[in-house]
Design a protein around this ligand. Sequence first.
Ligand code: RB5
Length: 141
Amino acid sequence: MLALGNDHGGYTLMRYITGVLDELGEAYVWLGSKTDERCDYPDFAAAVARAVVSGEADRGILICGTGIGMSIAANKVPGIRAALCGDLYSAEMTRRHNDANILCMGARVIGDEVARRITEVFLRTEFEGGRHAVRIAKLVP
Ligand code: RB5
């Protein structure tokens, strides 16, 4: 189960990503804004982060204009490792090395097709564990 969140800046891209997830057969709960009326990204970052930390969702996807506000806000929640990705290499490596549990994207930074591919890579890539698990255990708090 995925938890999805977006503000007004991320609404159109998130709507596109829900279509991608439907095609992939991925289950999700969409906790984001369903309009492009102005709203506050920390509200949606908190909702998705709480869903992931509580176990209601396995992972999350957050989209705002830049992806930066969402990643800052989500990473305030203990247990969240939110990664802002704008390329496929980062999306793969943040799963393999950081066990990122939330993917953040910037709707005003990347196009639909790059966002689709980043999402696919993020969802299918497994954490490598080993030395990377040791490093994650050192993250504070
Ligand atoms: C909204 O205009 C914009 O500030 C927001 O979507 C996000 O980019 C913040 O980091």
